[in-house]
Design a protein around this ligand. Structure first.
Ligand code: AMP
Ligand code: MG
Length: 288
């Protein structure tokens, strides 16, 4: 198999650096329609997506293979975004290209009674990827500074220290060998309305619709503020946030695939060498 280019020419800028949240960046200024760094068009997307999914899957397999010989590293994709931003589509169309054996998916909804009786990071710690796996969080500990802040589910003196606490937690995670890929997915209010309307038109989409989505939508200004604070206070050098415009699904999927490929490449892996004598095994097999 010929190896696809690791930085496909259809990107004029590498998404990893281009989409990284930087000081001074404002959530209010995000253009959810934009396709930053991509020089191709929508018609290029299907072929490129397929090709990059192959590369992603190959790197994922290498991560898994290395864990069999003692490498304890893992990668955790954290997806945050308002309803209809396309988190499920990333799981299906990007992560779905990988061997499920090496993927550990977890979604985080309203905490259960048991979860609420513990520290908010308890359920997160229990869901961290094990050695050699790609973990996917569909929502995450960041809900505890997003919906919790917006709805005053706990008072400010409780959520306020969480930013620092999350940074310390992620530092610990990274130090123990889990690379974090944090993605904030942004859909515009207009596009969100369109997607919610579609869920109400199509019987095969009713299951995705939740009447509460409209209540969250009406709170967008408060969410904007909460997302701004989250990005400013928890985008660190060891676990930066990436901001992905998501009105065009083909773009967000391509971009997040590149973010995952980049994270895996940074692990500098190669195929694990045999822990047996290949020539001798060939001879044995020939006679067996
Ligand atoms: P969905 O991802 O569409 O299944 O919706 C899950 C819902 O659970 C979203 O409205 C989240 O904001 C909510 N949720 C997730 N984590 C928390 C949390 N820690 N506290 C309260 N609500 C949460
Ligand atoms: Mg939902």
């Amino acid at each position: 198999m010929s190896e696809p280019l690791d930085f496909p020419s259809l990107w004029s800028h590498e998404p990893h650096s281009l989409l990284m949240f930087g000081p001074g960046d404002r959530v209010a200024d995000i253009d959810a329609n934009a396709t930053p760094g991509f020089s191709g068009t929508k018609s290029d997307a299907p072929t490129l997506q397929e090709e990059r999914n192959v590369r992603f899957a190959e790197l994922q397999e290498m991560l898994y293979a290395n864990s069999r010989s003692g490498d304890t590293r893992s990668v955790l994709l954290v997806l945050q975004g308002m309803d209809t931003a396309g988190k499920g589509g990333i799981v299906k169309h990007v992560v779905g290209g990988c061997n499920p054996q090496g993927v550990q998916y977890r979604s985080f909804g309203k905490p259960t009674a048991e979860e609420l009786s513990h520290h908010y990071l308890w359920r997160i710690r229990n869901a961290l990827p094990t050695a050699g796996h790609i973990g996917v969080f569909d929502r995450s500990h960041y809900e505890d500074v997003l919906i919790v802040r917006v709805h005053n589910l706990v008072p400010p003196e409780v959520w306020e220290p969480r930013y620092d606490e999350i940074n310390a937690f992620e530092r610990e995670l990274v130090d123990s060998g889990t690379a974090l890929v944090k993605v904030a997915m942004f859909v515009s209010l207009t596009e969100q309305k369109k997607r919610l309307a579609e869920r109400l038109e199509r019987p095969d989409k009713y299951w995705k619709y939740n009447p509460a989505d409209i209540d969250e939508r009406l709170k967008w200004p408060a969410y904007e503020e909460a997302y701004q604070a989250m990005l400013e206070r928890t985008s660190t050098e060891y676990a930066p946030w990436h901001v992905v415009p998501c009105n065009k699904k083909w773009y967000s999927r391509l971009a997040i695939t590149e973010l995952m490929i980049e994270a895996l490449k940074r692990l500098n892996m190669s195929w694990p060498p045999p822990d047996f004598d290949v020539a001798a095994e060939k001879k044995r097999l020939a006679k067996a």
